[in-house]
Design a protein around this ligand. Structure first.
Ligand code: ADP
Ligand code: ADP
Length: 228
């Protein structure tokens, strides 16, 4: 589904952020990049949707080189969740969730149905939340919207960069549980970046441990625990 083939990234200042990375992420898999700060996790993630251009090697999505995709098509079709929530402040929660479906010209009914369905899945009652503005939500609730917004357009692939790290421990655990629930229902190909091993073990189908831009170990949580 997503294949990194000898992928390297050298930034303009000479920093080698990713060094000959070979990783294969399967369809429907929840794949976690874990490692210390600066180990190349975010760079690896951003090369998938070409927010960061590759220096060497190639990434293939469904067998096609990322460079052969139209960049807008690529970004529209890949959901992206960041640590800093970036909801549109002047739009309602429902409108925020349906930004990409709107661009894709879904019907009003289909968008509403989708937004309500997703809000219910993460425990945000649409009767209360659909017409609120982001500032009327707590940080955890906003982040929940950020997560379901990335899922709204039925993208095949979702990228998540430390989506919960700015939250307090309780909201964080609640959102991890929500995500686990969404994961089991939706079976999206998800690439998730974290530096929290507990979070990785809880969510991942497979984990890639990064160090100095290299993958030092790849395996299921079971394999990593039993053959560390
Ligand atoms: P992680 O997500 O594991 O913290 P990053 O991929 O963000 O790692 O960064 C990997 C390395 O690349 C770090 O040394 C970081 O400082 C460097 N880096 C990240 N972005 C840039 C950039 N835009 N320009 C130069 N160096 C960068
Ligand atoms: P994120 O983790 O969301 O990528 P960061 O705070 O790491 O955000 O980086 C913010 C911006 O600064 C990004 O555009 C990133 O590429 C850039 N950046 C990160 N590390 C470096 C670095 N060592 N040198 C130059 N730019 C960097």
């Amino acid at each position: 589904m997503i294949r990194f083939e000898n992928v390297s990234k050298k930034y303009d200042d000479g920093t080698v952020a990713v060094d000959s990375l070979n990783v294969e992420i399967n369809r429907g898999e929840f794949f976690v990049f874990i490692g210390p700060s600066g180990s190349g996790k975010t760079t690896s993630l951003k090369m998938i949707n070409q927010l960061v251009p590759l220096s060497d090697g190639m990434i293939y999505i469904n067998g096609k080189q990322v460079l052969d995709y139209d960049i807008y098509e690529l970004r529209w079709n890949i959901g992206y969740v960041l640590q800093q929530i970036a909801l549109f402040p002047h739009m309602t929660i429902e409108q925020n969730i349906t930004v990409v479906p709107e661009m894709k010209k879904w019907s009003k009914e289909k968008m509403k149905k989708r937004a309500y369905e997703l809000m219910e899945m993460v425990g945000l009652d649409p009767a209360i939340y659909a017409n609120r503005k982001p500032h009327q939500l707590s940080g955890g609730e906003q982040q929940r919207v950020g997560v379901i917004r990335a899922l709204a357009a039925d993208s095949e692939i979702i990228l998540m960069d430390e989506p919960f790290s700015a939250l307090d421990p309780i909201s964080r655990e609640k959102l991890q549980d929500d995500l686990l629930h969404l994961k089991n229902q939706l079976k999206k190909t998800t690439v998730f970046v974290t530096h929290d091993m507990e979070e990785a073990l809880k969510l991942a189908d497979r984990i890639c441990i990064m160090k100095d831009g290299k993958a030092v170990q790849v395996g299921t949580p079971f394999e990593l625990i039993h053959h560390p």
